[in-house]
Design a protein around this ligand. Structure first.
Ligand SMILES: *Cc1c(COP(=O)(O)O)cnc(C)c1O
Length: 401
């Protein structure tokens, strides 16, 4: 492998191999170019770094702990550490990204924020930082999702955000994203669009990966303290759009001693027709501003993905991960609903930690590989399970141990 292949570095046009790029309407050209030309300068500035670090520490509660799970270690014959993103303010890793992006928006003189959301987690993380910075916030959410996720809708409204139910298409995340892009086209000057994962036109995938890379920077420091070396043998994370995974692996891509295991949502099974296993099933195409692997039918129409976990059912995947899978730097497993539910119940019983359903996909992946005795495994627990309690209760009879 060349150096280039081992890093997340992109070329000038934002490509990771054949994936990425910026496929945008003319009207957004200037604001995407402005963002591309300023994000690195802003992120490297004293002021950004000081504000970002202070907020991650005092508002989010970072560094998030690296916790050695005795139970999982015994069960898998390796040293299994959990990177506890579930302990962050708002309950997941998403806040790392929204804090970073709102600081960038402020530096760029933007006065209004928009976002898309599926289950509402990214919407809540965005509404949170908008309340913090006193910026007006509009969140686009499919009408179906608005009905399914009342608590998150109420939380966003409580924090002052306007939630717009989207009634086009299947009324889910893809349609909400289209609507957010439409809004941005109408307000390109004053509005910043906070995208919630490592997707969208360049520079978003790179920007979001960099903001989430705090996860792997902390792992380095924490492993040095606990293991006397700054890298694990394995990194494990779930992938929806790919942001918690990108943050987890960011600092380690050049280290080929570190194996990367990613878990995508297999739904009812990769071959069942009800799945969100984009890397297994997807074909290359363009959606929401970038070229990546997409779930699509023979005519190239996007097919509706399915997963029990709302955070993983996006029909695309970050171009970074499409690329890492293609060059085999990452091993990608499709985890079914049942496997994720079982792993969630097991962690809850054995460790007293109720994980998010998304994170439970990463936990289930541990069962699918074999570890050499004493190997060090770091698994990112991307979020907490409070938002998934209703789903867990529904399957209580089946999975309670
Ligand atoms: C949104 C979400 C995910 C999936 O998003 P990525 O961008 O792939 O990280 C995973 N876990 C939790 C808890 C989430 O809220």
């Amino acid at each position: 492998m060349t150096d280039d292949m081992q890093t997340l570095s992109i070329d000038e046009r934002g490509y990771y191999g054949e994936f990425g790029g910026a496929y945008i309407p003319e009207i957004l050209h200037k604001c995407v170019t402005d963002l591309r030309e300023s994000y690195l300068r802003i992120m490297e500035s004293e002021r950004f770094r000081a504000d970002f670090d202070a907020l991650l520490r005092d508002y989010v509660g970072r560094p998030s702990p690296l916790y050695l799970s005795r139970q999982l270690s015994e069960r898998f014959g390796a040293k299994v550490y959990l990177k506890r993103e579930d302990l962050n303010h708002t309950g997941a890793h998403k806040i790392n990204n929204t804090i970073g992006q709102i600081l960038i928006a402020r530096e760029m003189g933007k006065t209004r924020i928009i976002a898309e959301t599926g289950a509402g987690q990214h919407g809540v993380a965005t509404a949170t930082v908008c309340a913090l910075m006193q910026m007006p916030c509009t969140v686009y959410m499919g009408k179906t999702d608005v009905e399914r996720q009342q608590v998150n809708v109420k939380k966003m409204q409580m924090m002052g955000a306007t939630v717009v139910p989207v009634t086009s298409g299947n009324m889910t995340l893809k349609d909400a994203t289209n609507e957010a892009i439409r809004d941005w086209c109408s307000h390109p000057v004053d509005t910043h669009y906070i995208i919630g994962s490592t997707i969208g036109p360049h520079p978003y995938p790179d920007l979001v990966a960099r903001l989430q890379s705090v996860i792997s920077r902390e792992i380095k420091v924490q492993l040095t303290e606990k293991e006397g070396r700054d890298y694990p043998d394995w990194l494990v994370a779930c992938v929806g759009g790919g942001s918690n995974a990108a943050g987890t692996i960011y600092e380690y891509l050049n280290n080929d001693k570190v194996r990367i295991l990613l878990a995508e949502a297999g739904g009812k099974g990769v071959e069942s027709g009800e799945s969100a296993a984009t890397i297994h099933l997807g074909k290359a195409g363009v959606l929401h501003g970038c070229r990546t692997l997409l779930m699509q039918n023979e005519d190239g129409q996007i097919t509706e993905p399915y997963s029990i976990s709302a955070g993983l059912d996006y029909p695309g995947i970050g171009p970074i991960h499409a690329y890492l899978a293609q060059i085999k730097r990452a091993q990608v497993l499709a985890i079914t609903d049942d496997e994720a539910l079982r792993a969630a119940y097991e962690l809850t019983r054995r460790e007293g930690i109720i994980p998010a359903l998304e994170s439970a996909h990463a936990l289930a992946a541990l069962e699918k590989v074999s570890f050499a005795p004493g190997e060090v495994v770091v698994l990112t627990l991307s979020g907490r399970g409070d938002k998934d309690l209703e789903t867990y209760f529904r399957y209580e009879d089946q999975f309670a141990l």
